[in-house]
Structure formats: structure tokens, C-alpha cells
Design a protein. Structure first.
Length: 81
């Protein structure tokens, strides 16, 4: 994962539409793992569609920088021509 906000934003934008696994640290001992697809990217946050909850959640790029949220790429985005 990139080490500054600009590179993190570029990485997430590059993988828009990709299937990812998100590991979110909620509290001391609670970790929430979600699988979904990166939907949209915005200047300060990005959204992900979570399949198991059938809902959309948002994360800040700073969460990735501070390792409160970790993203694992499961597949590349599908390209249609």
C-alpha cells in the first residue's frame, strides 16, 4: 500500500470497480472484515458496495494511511469495451 495520501488516492482510483476485502479495526479487539467492490472515489473518501450487507459504506483515505482500514485486492476491475 502506498505511504502518502496522494498515492493512496491514486491507488484506490486505479482499482475502482475491483473486488476487494476490507479489514477494519473497530476497537481494541473487534475487527470487521467485509468484501465488496470499490464504487466511487471522491477527494476525501471512497465508497464500497458490501455484498453481504447489500449496502454502501464509505472510508477515508486517511484510514488507509493510519492502518485503521486495510484493503486486499481480490480481482482487477472488469473492463468493457
Amino acid at each position: 500500500m502506498p505511504s502518502n495520501l496522494v498515492n493512496i488516492r491514486e491507488w484506490v482510483t486505479l482499482h475502482k470497480g475491483a473486488r476487494v476485502r476490507c479489514r477494519e479495526l473497530r476497537s481494541r479487539r473487534k475487527v470487521e472484515i467485509k468484501q465488496g467492490i470499490i464504487l466511487e472515489t471522491y477527494p476525501r473518501l471512497f465508497t464500497m458496495f458490501v455484498e453481504s450487507q447489500n449496502s454502501t459504506v464509505s472510508f477515508r483515505y486517511s484510514d488507509l494511511l493510519t492502518h485503521e482500514v486495510e484493503i486486499e485486492l481480490l480481482s482487477a476491475p472488469e473492463v468493457t469495451i
